[in-house]
Design a protein around this ligand. Structure first.
Ligand code: ADP
Ligand code: MG
Length: 380
């Protein structure tokens, strides 16, 4: 493929915050952008040169997107793989439909990890009553997860007994599921990798993640945030997973660090990831610029982290206190050195909804931590 130079138009399927940050990165570099999203008021649609307001499988919408775009990427995990395949008949598309289809299905995703020789949690695929009956006691207590369409802990139920497992599966409308053993986590981490059409790969440093109620709350990235040998294992596994998918674009792999010192892969996102947002201010190449570069066929250079970073997710809960709606005190937070505010322009706040994030950078880890604590308390 020829290199798409600035002045070309880059298209993206999905208009959420990841699309918005992709659009910002692309526009900074002199590209035009086009977004397809059904929502008239989507975070990325509002800032893009072109917004095609259509469903992801709408023929006319897809034709309009490919009409505007010299190449197309995705920001949205559950964009129908069919839509990507359709677009690929007309324009270069990265990542490709086959890789996205695997990432969309927890059972296929786990099978892929095993093919790549990366350890996964003990699990069973539940697709019928026979599968339920055959579940070994060693998988309980466990987490029942729908194979498709889960995010931010949605589509998951924790179960301790067989009776609970049966009820949980009924509650999930007997959709195809994976039952995973509940693992004793010591920590969680993730790795963002970018892979070009020529197979060249670069990656961001390993990111340490803290989840609350199944939703990412905090990411911390600095030397030693994950022990070096485990960090190296995570990077090697991520590269093997990307290569095995013949992946082109930005991909993030989530890992569990277990109490016995082992590392288990959790899941993959075929796009930039919430845990990589810190790279906008904390590294000299962000995950969104990497997405632009892979899509445009530009050279990939290894990002250099120039500051320790902590990212705090800003969930809709912050917009409510004692049942009253309010605006968080942004001025108080921005009075602190090294705070970088991102708000995604979503019209209404809801508990658990990702409204924005705050990245804190600084000269040393202790200072960044102190500022993050201060910022969190100022946010109330
Ligand atoms: P999502 O697609 O919603 O991000 P995940 O599978 O990543 O779903 O699960 C969300 C969070 O739930 C994880 O980041 C982790 O904190 C917890 N979790 C998921 N699976 C397990 C498991 N097998 N053992 C322990 N904790 C888990
Ligand atoms: Mg996850």
């Amino acid at each position: 493929m020829t290199v798409l130079l600035p002045g070309s138009t880059l298209g993206v399927m999905g208009g959420g915050q990841l699309g918005r940050m992709f659009v910002h990165a692309a526009q900074r570099m002199g590209y035009f952008t086009a977004v397809l999203d059904p929502d008239a008021d989507s975070p990325a649609g509002r800032v893009s040169h072109h917004h095609v307001q259509a469903d992801y499988l709408d023929e006319i919408g897809l034709a309009r997107l490919s009409g505007f775009s010299d190449a197309v990427t995705t920001e949205f995990e559950n964009v129908p793989a069919d839509a990507l395949a359709r677009l690929a008949e007309k324009r270069p598309v990265a990542p490709g439909a086959a890789a996205v289809a695997i990432a969309q299905d927890r059972a296929e995703e786990k099978a892929h990890f095993m093919r790549c020789g990366v350890p996964v949690a003990p699990h069973a695929v539940i697709d019928g009553d026979e599968d339920l009956a055959a579940v070994g006691d060693d998988l309980l207590p466990g987490i029942l997860k729908t194979t498709r369409l889960g995010y931010d802990g949605k589509g998951q139920v924790r179960v301790t007994t067989r009776a609970e497992l049966r009820t949980a599966w009924d509650d999930l409308q007997r959709a195809p599921c994976v039952l995973e053993k509940l693992l004793p986590l010591a920590f969680e981490c993730s790795v963002v990798v970018a892979r070009g059409r020529d197979g060249a790969m670069v990656h961001l440093p390993v990111q340490r993640n803290l989840h609350r109620a199944g939703i990412l709350a905090v990411t911390e990235v600095h030397d030693g945030c994950v022990a070096p040998d485990l960090a190296q294992r995570a990077v090697d596994a991520t590269k093997a997973i990307a290569k095995g998918l013949d992946y082109v674009g930005v991909l993030c792999v989530e890992f569990f660090g277990l109490q016995d010192g082992s590392l288990v892969v959790n899941e993959v996102a075929p796009r930039p990831h919430n845990s990589g947002h810190w790279s906008i201010e904390g590294a000299d190449v962000s995950q969104f610029e990497l997405q632009v570069r892979t899509l445009a066929g530009l050279p990939l250079v290894q990002p250099r982290q120039h500051s320790p970073a902590i990212m705090l997710n800003l969930l809709g809960d912050l917009w409510f206190r004692d049942g009253q709606e309010r605006t968080p005190d942004w001025a108080a937070v921005l009075a602190l050195h090294g705070t970088h505010l991102h708000l995604y322009g979503k019209a209404s706040a809801r508990p658990g909804r990702k409204m924005g994030h705050l990245t804190i950078t600084g000269g040393d880890v202790a200072g960044v931590r102190a500022t993050a604590l201060d910022a969190a308390s100022r946010l109330g």
